[in-house]
Design a protein around this ligand. Structure first.
Ligand code: MN
Ligand code: MN
Length: 456
């Protein structure tokens, strides 16, 4: 009787079989490859398309006709990817959506980044998303992105992969750091100090800016762009580390960009692995710009989403509004994992824990749920049911103690479209750090959860 009355979640690793463990390991090894292939939103889109085409997905065209079982993808400007499997039912009955994001916090180059100071060459950056600046110094960084040339050509740039030389932001030595030590963590390293060291060798023929000139020459020789071309470039400094196992038991993965590629990959893999035609149309969204408010043409607020779904609706003679109001969206984004090192910021009874499965988040926001879409009890009950039916291990996930802080996701952008939406995702340790940690068990459960969402 007591067992039925009281709710006592159990560590998921105590409930799995040897067979389960094998599936988890297989899934996570493909996830680690995805992380290594996609360190920017553009790379994630490219890798997503490659995997989708392997599975028979075709590129979406505006005047397409659809039949149940059709698999399509829509590449929005190379930075946002939407995939769909057309269901048996009319879109009037709604669609099942998993929406995640593929942008991660990083250091973007400024439009005029390259300069020389006392015979060292640097690139100036403007950080993207919520970073703790002190975490980005003295770690090897790579530069990924592209340069758009005036003549229309696009040059892909990857500096620092594999054994190539890397970049770094330097910090003070402790011997001279006494004054800096007195500053708060937020002020110890400033935004304007996040300058990437990119060279120290002068060109012997130059009198002024000889180191800068040498760096520019190396860039020109390899990529064919000039200093002015930096102005129309998107170059992102990202951590150089590869995704690796953490813990002697290899139960966790450490990597850059788990937020939110751990959910993006789960949503992507689940739609790619759908071998039966779903009742309702399944849609997987990998959005850009979540870390700066889901804005812009490739963020979740974009009309590109409506345009895509409306084209599907039109093919069935259904109005977009009616489709959306009957739809469901799982906003698949990571949540804060309880960290025993910092118990003071968490509410133990309501925070997600590693190895307890995907974290279901009724509301995000801050200061009295402000900025949260706050899913309805009915929506939470619906998700409990579909997860339980699919054997998905899940837990509830509050972001932290009341009034300590907070955050947001794409949930409110979807809810504002008149779609019932709730957040759920993998609990992460050290979220937004250059090296974040998740549990393999939770990764796999999130994949199973995404399958359950598409099936409905
Ligand atoms: Mn996120
Ligand atoms: Mn984030």
């Amino acid at each position: 009787m007591k067992q039925e009355l009281l709710y006592k979640p159990k560590n998921g690793l105590l409930e799995i079989t040897k067979e389960d463990k094998k599936h988890i390991e297989e899934y996570c090894s493909t996830y680690k490859k995805f992380l290594d292939a996609g360190k920017t939103e553009r790379e994630c889109v490219r890798e997503g398309i490659r995997l989708a085409e392997e599975k028979g997905f075709k590129e979406f065209k505006h005047d397409m006709n659809f039949v149940a079982g059709d698999k399509i993808y829509f590449n929005n400007r190379g930075k946002m990817l939407i995939l769909a499997v057309i269901g048996k039912n009319s879109p009037a009955e709604g669609i099942q959506i998993a929406a995640s994001h593929i942008d991660s916090p990083r250091l973007d180059l400024k439009p005029n980044p390259l300069y020389e100071d006392d015979e060292l060459a640097y690139l100036k950056t403007h950080y993207y998303g919520g970073i703790r600046k002190y975490q980005w110094v003295t770690i090897p960084l790579e530069l990924h992105g592209m340069v758009a040339l005036k003549d229309g050509r696009e040059v892909d740039v990857v500096i620092g992969e594999n054994d190539e030389p890397k970049l770094v932001v330097t910090d003070l030595l402790p011997h001279l750091g006494a004054e800096q030590n007195k500053k708060s963590l937020a002020e110890g390293i400033t935004g304007e100090q996040l300058n990437l060291l990119i060279g120290s060798e002068p060109d012997a023929d130059q009198e002024r800016d000889a180191v800068k000139f040498n760096v520019m020459k190396l860039l020109y020789d390899k990529y064919g762009f000039t200093e002015e071309d930096f102005i129309s470039a998107e170059l992102e400094a990202v951590p150089a580390n590869k995704a690796i196992d953490i813990g002697l038991d290899s139960s966790m993965i450490g990597a850059y960009g788990h937020d939110d590629r751990v959910c993006s990959y789960a949503a992507l893999r689940a739609i790619l692995d759908m071998d039966e035609i779903p009742e309702k149309t399944s849609i997987c969204v990998l959005a850009d710009k979540e870390e700066i408010g889901s804005v812009g043409v490739t963020g979740m607020k974009t009309n590109a989403f409506e345009t895509f779904v409306e084209d599907i609706c039109n093919a069935f003679g259904v109005s977009l509004r009616h489709c959306l109001q009957n739809s469901f969206c799982l906003s698949a984004d990571v949540t804060a994992a309880y960290d025993p090192n910092f118990p003071e910021v968490f509410d133990k009874r309501n925070n997600a824990k590693l190895n307890y499965g995907i974290g279901l988040c009724k509301y995000t926001g801050a200061r009295g749920k402000s900025g949260a879409s706050d899913a309805s009890a009915e929506t939470v009950a619906y998700v409990r049911r579909i997860f339980d039916e699919a054997g998905v291990k899940w837990q509830m996930a509050d972001m932290g103690r009341v009034d300590v802080g907070g955050g947001g996701t794409v949930a409110l952008d979807m809810a504002n479209r008149n779609i019932d939406t709730i957040d759920a995702g993998v609990p992460v340790l050290s979220m937004h750090a250059p090296f974040e940690v998740v549990s393999k068990f939770d990764c796999y459960m999130t994949y199973k959860a995404m399958k359950a969402v598409y099936i409905g």
